[in-house]
Design a protein around this ligand. Structure first.
Ligand SMILES: *Cc1c(COP(=O)(O)O)cnc(C)c1O
Length: 236
């Protein structure tokens, strides 16, 4: 693994090449969880202009440290109801809205701040019980609900397909999400514009771009493998 700077340059180039092959633009979001402000700035210096955080507290800390200056900030993790307040207005895009209730709470907070919060609807494309994201059949209902929420602008869909280690299966999930995206684009909902499809991570972002993703979220390929608390750092 090289430096954050070199990794970021190489991932940017790979994403741009895939986008050229796919014939559309792509936004690379660096998933910076568990990396401090200095490492975020290193990725910024390499040309990364969007960062995604998973936890509200971590986002706030790095936000205060100026980590995201000049870049767009996304919230990509599971958003707890009691954390809505600290994320709305700071995040340029909340990618992980997984229920109509959460959509309502975000809208309320946005209205209180006098802003419009841009969001993506997160779909649980694999239908896994343990996963975040709304069931496929909830997505049209959530889009419908957005029509009554002036504080909300829905810009598209996000998904994290099941981790299965089989490329063909992952590709099928990407294609299903793309189909849902196209279906949703064909309908008219107030406060909804289907323009962003966010899918693909370190292991599969190029395939995702070729399947229609115009936003990818890449962590470990840029920042290196994450060492979780309690995990041994010894090389066995
Ligand atoms: C951490 C994370 C990523 C990036 O995962 P990598 O496999 O490290 O690239 C993407 N999306 C979400 C929601 C994440 O939490």
């Amino acid at each position: 693994m090289g430096s954050v700077y070199d990794n970021a340059r190489s991932v940017l180039e790979r994403a741009q090449n895939a986008a050229l092959r796919a014939g559309h633009q792509v936004t690379l979001v660096a998933a910076s969880k568990m990396n401090d402000a200095a490492r975020v700035r290193e990725a910024f210096d390499a040309g990364i202009r969007a960062f995604g955080e998973n936890r509200a507290q971590e986002l706030e800390e790095k936000y205060r440290a100026g980590a995201y200056e000049g870049a767009s900030l996304h919230f990509i993790g599971h958003l707890q109801k009691n954390k809505v307040k600290s994320v709305v207005g700071k995040a340029d895009l909340i990618e992980s809205v997984d229920s109509a209730e959460l959509l309502g709470l975000i809208a309320q907070r946005a209205a209180a701040l006098g802003i419009v919060q841009r969001v993506l609807l997160e779909v649980n494309i694999g239908g896994e019980a343990s996963k975040t994201g709304a069931p496929v059949e909830e997505i049209p209902r959530m889009a419908e609900a957005a029509g009554d929420l002036p504080g909300i602008q829905v810009l598209g869909l996000m998904t994290i397909p099941p981790i299965c280690g089989q490329k063909e299966k992952t590709l099928r999930y990407f294609q299903e999400t793309r189909n849902l995206f196209v279906d949703m684009s064909g309908k008219k909902y107030d406060n909804v514009t289907m323009s962003i499809l966010s899918m693909g991570m370190s292991a599969d972002f190029e395939e995702a771009i070729l399947c229609g993703a115009n936003m990818v979220r890449v962590g470990s390929a840029i920042f290196g493998r994450r060492i979780y608390p309690g995990e041994s750092t010894k090389i066995l």
